[in-house]
Every structure is written in structure tokens, then in C-alpha cells.
Design a protein around this ligand. Structure first.
Ligand code: MG
Length: 109
């Protein structure tokens, strides 16, 4: 699919999908801010980060999803927390995919 077709597809996504994608982008920005503030030692999106380390980060987020489920998913707050954890895992996976993007040249600035 050409770049314009991909952009058009993204812009025409149904609202439930668009809402999730926006939240993932917001979470990616939050992760970047944490790195910029020195609160994270590395970025998943960096070419220098190994796949083993990326997997460990994703596994940690996956575990936090399991923890949220074990804590409960009945109340609105519990479901919101579970959703936050799912979005965080999705954002980590996006960063990982960024690192594997064949169009990317070297580490991000
Ligand atoms: Mg988490």
C-alpha cells in the first residue's frame, strides 16, 4: 500500500480503533518524555537496544496486565487500569516495531 493509502486508512479508522491508536501514540510520547527526563535508561525504539531487552520490557508490561486482571476487572476503575496496561504494552510493541522498520536509518534522535 502506498503512503497516501496508508494515511487514508489510518484517518478513516472507525472511532473505537482510532481512539485506541491515539492512546497508544500518547503513551509513546509519555515514554519518550520519561527517557528525556532521565527516568528510563534506554529506549525500546533505539537500534542499540537488543531484542532480548525489548522482549523483557514487553514481558514486564504483559505481566502488569496479568497483575491487573488478578486485582480485578469488575469496577470501572479496574477496567480502566487494565486498559492502561494494555495500551502500555501496545506502545512498547510500537517502539519495537519502529526499531525494526527497514526505512529507519540508525537510532532516533
Ligand atoms: Mg505497565
Amino acid at each position: 500500500m502506498n503512503p497516501h493509502g496508508r494515511e487514508r486508512l489510518l484517518l478513516s479508522a472507525p472511532a473505537p480503533i482510532a481512539n485506541v491508536l491515539v492512546d497508544v501514540v500518547v503513551e509513546r510520547a509519555r515514554q519518550q518524555q520519561l527517557f528525556d527526563a532521565g527516568k528510563l535508561p534506554f529506549r525500546v525504539c533505539d537500534r542499540a537496544t537488543t531484542n532480548s531487552t525489548r522482549l523483557a520490557v514487553a514481558a514486564e508490561e504483559f505481566g502488569e496486565i496479568a497483575h491487573a486482571i488478578n486485582e480485578g476487572t469488575v469496577t470501572v476503575q479496574e477496567r480502566a487500569h487494565l486498559r492502561e496496561e494494555v495500551i502500555q504494552l501496545a506502545a512498547v510493541c510500537v517502539a519495537w516495531a519502529e526499531a525494526l522498520n527497514p526505512k529507519q536509518e540508525g537510532p532516533r534522535a
